[in-house]
Design a protein around this ligand. Structure first.
Ligand code: GLV
Length: 319
């Protein structure tokens, strides 16, 4: 019996590939570079199942190149790289990888909260530039977190996991979300639900943990930044285009807010030039889920979704 053809468009951890090889005829791109479109399309021509990364745009052109496609398993929780309605219209099932990256991403968000409030990137740059320095009572003072308010925009699993971490640092939790969190979660966190304007106006640190969609495009623009406090910080581990990056650079330069830490960028991998020279901007290259354990779990969950569907079962984590 011929086995279904599975095309993996980016390099993923071996355990994911091993699972796929048990059920399919697997072709996988093996480089860390983004796959060139010609090679991708050549492979997609006979693909029934595609395993994709967030750097793949699964749009009409992708689908046109893959007339036999039945499923796209994205190795990411975010799926704004996929035109889901177009997939649905062609009967293509879409899955993502929720849950397995919650802790890693919340850890990174908390790390960024600490980095930006304690000026750690600036300190690193000082030492690496071999600038003379010595301990000083007033040297590079930051902001403590105890008793400060963390305002979380998007209170899904990652938002809640970040709130748990921030509570351990003595922060108060406010959040903005379409729906309220379960009462026992709100109680455990002591969390209050606010509208966006009030959250922006009253938080010491604002963390973005919502999905990216048309509704959240430039949610944080010049106007929203202007509603934040001058001594407040912004952290983004969600998706770059939720923030108007050019407006953020201006706000950081002009002291509209005190600092920002970004793991994601509007035109990734490009970064707004105006941010690069600013000491109050912490910039890291989309590392939210970047642990060996988490990336392996993401790859195997994506593969298990494919295995389920090939076996005639429902996908485990459909979009
Ligand atoms: C990473 O950004 C993800 O969405 O999994």
């Amino acid at each position: 019996m011929t086995r279904p053809r599975v095309v993996v468009t980016g390099r993923i951890p071996e355990p994911g590939l091993d699972l796929l090889r048990e059920v399919g005829d697997v072709w996988a791109w093996t480089s860390d570079e983004v796959i060139p479109t010609e090679i991708r399309d050549e492979q997609l021509a006979s693909a029934e199942y595609a395993v994709t990364l967030l750097t793949d745009r699964v749009d009409q052109a992708f689908l046109d190149a893959a007339p036999a496609l039945r499923m796209v398993a994205n190795v990411a929780v975010g799926y704004n790289n996929i035109d889901v309605p177009a997939c649905r219209a062609r009967g293509v099932t879409v899955t993502n990888t929720p849950g397995v990256l919650t802790d890693a991403t919340a850890d990174l968000a908390m790390a960024l909260v600490l980095m930006v409030t304690r000026r750690l990137g600036e300190g690193e740059r000082l030492i690496r530039s071999e600038t003379p320095w010595q301990w000083g009572m007033f040297m590079m003072l930051g902001t403590g977190l105890q008793g400060r308010r963390l305002g979380i925009v998007g209170m899904g699993a990652i938002g809640v996991a970040l709130a748990d971490r921030a509570r351990a640092f003595g922060m108060e939790i406010a959040y903005h979300n379409r729906s309220a969190v379960a009462p026992e979660v709100a109680e455990r966190l002591g969390a209050i639900r606010l509208d966006l304007d009030e959250l922006l106006a009253t938080s010491d640190v604002v963390s973005l943990n919502c999905p990216y969609s048309e509704a959240t495009h430039h949610l944080i623009d010049a106007d929203a930044l202007g509603k934040m406090r001058e001594d407040a910080f912004l952290v983004n581990t969600a998706r770059g285009p939720i923030v108007d990056e050019a407006a953020l650079a201006v706000a950081l330069r002009d002291g509209v807010i005190a600092g920002a830490a970004l793991d994601v960028f509007e035109r990734e991998p490009a970064v707004e030039q105006g941010l690069l020279g600013l000491d109050n901007a912490v910039l890291v290259p989309h590392l939210g889920s970047a642990t060996i354990e988490t990336r392996t779990a993401m790859a195997t969950l994506a593969a298990r979704n494919v295995v389920a569907v090939i076996g005639g079962n429902d996908p485990i984590t459909p979009v």
